[in-house]
Design a protein around this ligand. Structure first.
Ligand SMILES: Nc1ncnc2c1ncn2[C@@H]1O[C@H](COP(=O)(O)OP(=O)(O)OP(=O)(O)O)[C@@H](O)[C@H]1O
Ligand SMILES: [Mg+2]
Length: 289
């Protein structure tokens, strides 16, 4: 089953084009949507999840015409929104059970089994009797995944699920997600390059409502190989370099600034070549947009 998005457009009231003619085909596996704040990631995901309508374009999941058959899509969708609110003083067990009823899992025995299995899968079984509102950020995100998995979805949409998680929780979360990605289409949005590198077989870089780049992480890196250059400069020189070259990233190291520059040729003799990494790909795409 494939998700096919064609010529999707959305302009908000303020004339801002949040989706600018997006066309994408997404297969089974982990698909990474990488972009900075305001790129249009949530708008795209909410549109696929049938929570808002585009101005034009089409979305198909297998035989389902997503924009016309919203109920059909919702039956096979698992969605973890970027802001996931919680009811106070409800245990994880009760809340997941409640969501299961909403999903139409009416048989009590079956429901108990599914709920237990999901709590186990997301490592929350031991904490199932705690209030979700008292969970840590990482536990909440895992609970969010558990609720999204109710009803065995064929399409999972997770919007910036790793924001604010510590490295250990992120790893735990990666493991749960990549297991899911073996069976269904998972679309993950993030502004963290590392998420995409470890998890995704396909990625797109998005900014200002447009797709800037698409492919596997390895292909994406290949495209920028031989075009990334590095130099150590003084902080006071930074503006001068920024004006002369396409500086895609900078970081401070031992009181100096290390800049990466995108250029088809050696910018000048003082630069050295570096192998492109996925960060360079990301920042180069954004700088070119
Ligand atoms: N309901 C809305 N009304 C008006 N403008 C909106 C609305 N929702 C989003 N926007 C604007 O559309 C653009 C895309 O927003 P969107 O939330 O899709 O981006 P994003 O990539 O998810 O960003 P973030 O990483 O911050 O979550 C932004 O400029 C945003 O301000
Ligand atoms: Mg967002």
């Amino acid at each position: 089953m494939q998700l096919q998005i064609e010529n999707l457009n959305k302009t908000y009231g303020n004339q801002l084009k949040a989706l600018d003619n997006i066309t994408l085909t997404i297969d089974k596996g982990m698909f990474g949507l990488l972009g900075p704040n305001g790129a249009g990631k949530s708008t795209l995901m909410r549109t696929i999840a049938t929570l808002q309508n585009p101005d034009s374009g089409s979305i198909k999941l297998g035989d389902i015409d997503v924009l016309k058959q919203k109920d059909e899509l919702r039956k096979v969708l698992g969605y973890l929104p970027q802001d996931f609110g919680f009811y106070p003083k409800v245990t994880a067990l009760d809340l997941l059970n409640h969501f299961a009823i909403l999903k139409g899992i009416n048989n009590k025995g079956e429901r108990n089994e599914i709920v237990s299995a999901l709590l186990q899968q997301t490592n929350l079984y031991e904490s199932r009797k705690r209030y979700v509102s008292n969970y840590s950020g990482g536990m909440r995100q895992r609970f969010g995944i558990a609720q999204a998995l109710l009803g065995s979805p064929r399409l999972m949409i997770v919007d910036e699920p790793t924001a604010g998680l510590d490295p250990m929780e992120r790893n735990r979360f990666y493991n749960i997600l990549s297991e899911i990605g073996e069976q269904v289409i998972v679309i993950l949005s993030t502004h963290i390059v590392e998420d995409v590198r470890t998890l995704c077989n396909t990625l797109v870089v998005m900014n200002k409502g447009r797709i800037l780049l698409q492919g596997s992480p390895a292909q994406a890196v290949q495209e920028f190989q031989g075009r990334i250059w590095r130099k150590r400069i003084e902080k006071s020189e930074f503006n001068q370099y920024k004006n002369r070259f396409k500086v895609i990233s900078q970081y401070v190291s031992e009181g100096k600034v290390i800049i990466h520059v995108l250029s088809d040729n050696l910018p000048d003799e003082s630069f050295e070549h570096v192998n492109a990494g996925l960060e360079d790909v990301y920042f180069s795409s954004i700088a070119n947009s």
